[in-house]
Design a protein around this ligand. Structure first.
Ligand code: HAM
Length: 420
């Protein structure tokens, strides 16, 4: 048997209904905040990711699915969406004119990481990007929108961590101080020995526990913030706090992508084990320029949808859609039921029947197995009398309903039960 690729999973019913529900809630939430959907290709030129995420990051150096296509171009499956959203905005002229441009994108991303609980090679992100403003109000709004979405989904026990990486001047100062610290210590892993020379910030998100232990006492970014960045950071924190949201400052939160400037944030949830970040994001004020566009600030976040679904409470999900099963006896009844079933569906009700000519008993047990809420029983006798039997499966109650009124009778009963 040919099996799925390691780290890539099939998402199956009934779980798919929960995915649809999560995405529907995300769409509703984002539209309220003025975001519009953008859909982009899964493949991009490798250079796009190398230039934006950074050639020394784990994502670009080790985790991309990269190949050369038939015309010799190096392409990669997208490992994240921010770079391509900015690319698409620049290419399609979406950033002209006043006002903040807001987009959301839902879809699969690909990273060749070691698979474990909450970490996959194909995973799914719900991504938001806002471009065109450096106002701290926008940072606060984006963070609050993320928490708003998580709350609407029933995920309340979350931890919000925030940091500021400052502007390139602050980062330059911080990197020098960090480099001095890193140079004084020995015992770094091979990657970090290289990183401390070329990109010291990346040492801070090394996954080795040994390196993490060595980092105790390392300088913190906040001490390197210039006045303007410090004020920006304070204003973001002030607005978040004023909205009644609690947060923790995490000076180590540099996130694994090079494009971040100023605010960075992450939301973690209990129950995920080592991979506990359900969402992460931040500002990327230099990204549009790096990709050949204007000097346009922006920020955003991505929710890891797979992880989110793993921590949502069991009751989170769409309301059940009650099913009606049409059980028939005889050819004439089957022919009538076929069109009755279409009437039910035309009212938006879920209805199925058996086409295999099974016995009534077999049809009833099939209805049971499918979890039908109602069964309509229709045979020659019912056709003659013009009334079918409508049975409520939970209680076994039965009533005779005129054939012409069946669809409305089922609709009324379902509405009644749902309303209760
Ligand atoms: P990221 O932190 O790399 O940020 O990913 C965001 C979220 O995607 C993570 O918090 C996690 O929930 C999920 N995720 C990442 N890798 C995996 C994986 N291998 N398996 C399962 N879930 C995973 C970004 O991607 C940025 N583009 C976010 C952003 C948007 N920043 C600004 N705008």
């Amino acid at each position: 048997m040919i099996r799925a690729i390691r780290g890539m999973k099939d998402i199956l019913p009934p779980e798919t209904s929960r995915w649809q529900w999560v995405e529907q809630k995300a769409r509703e939430t984002f539209e309220v905040y003025g975001y519009r959907e953008i859909r982009l290709p899964l493949l991009e030129r490798t250079e796009l990711f190398a230039r934006s995420i950074g050639a020394d990051t784990d994502i670009v150096a080790k985790e991309m699915y990269t190949f050369t296509d038939r015309s010799g171009d190096s392409l990669s499956l997208r490992p994240e969406a921010t770079a391509q959203v900015v690319r698409a905005c620049l290419e399609n002229g979406l950033l002209h004119g006043a006002g903040v441009k807001k987009f959301y994108l839902i879809g699969p991303m690909f990273r060749y990481e070691r698979p474990q609980k909450g970490r996959y090679r194909q995973f799914h992100q719900i991504n938001c990007e806002a471009l065109g403003s450096d106002a701290p109000e926008l940072d606060a709004e984006v963070i609050l929108m993320l928490l708003d979405l998580l709350a609407r989904l029933g995920l309340r026990q979350v931890r919000l961590m925030v940091n500021s990486l400052g502007c390139p001047q602050c980062t330059g100062d911080f990197k020098s101080r960090l480099q001095i610290f890193l140079g004084r210590q020995e015992g770094w892993c091979d990657d970090c020995r290289r990183r401390r020379e070329v990109n010291p910030l990346r040492v801070l998100d090394c996954k080795s526990q040994h390196c993490q232990a060595l980092l105790a006492g390392a300088p913190v970014m906040e001490d390197s913030l210039c006045d303007s960045c410090a004020r920006h950071y304070e204003r973001v924190l002030g607005l978040v706090a004023a909205a009644g949201v609690s947060y923790e400052k995490n000076p180590r939160l540099v996130r694994g992508l090079d494009y971040y400037t100023r605010t960075t944030f992450e939301v973690t949830a209990p129950g995920l084990g080592a991979q506990d970040a359900v969402a992460g994001g931040g500002r990327y004020n230099g990204l549009a320029r790096e990709l050949g566009g204007p000097d346009l600030p922006g920020l955003g976040f991505a929710v890891g949808e797979d992880r989110l679904l793993e921590v949502l409470p069991p009751e989170a999900g769409p309301p059940e859609r009650p099913l009606t099963f049409l059980a028939v006896l005889g050819e004439a009844a089957a022919a009538r039921a076929f069109f009755l079933m279409q009437d039910l569906r035309a009212r938006g009700l879920s209805a199925v029947m058996d086409f295999e000519g099974r016995s009534l008993k077999a049809q009833m047990s099939l209805a049971d197995r499918l979890g039908a809420a109602y069964v309509i029983i229709l045979g020659d006798e019912e056709l003659t009398s013009g009334r079918a039997v409508l049975r409520r499966m939970a209680t076994g109650e039965q009533e005779a309903v005129p054939l012409g009124e069946l669809a409305s009778a089922v609709a009324a009963r379902i509405e009644d039960k749902e309303g209760n």
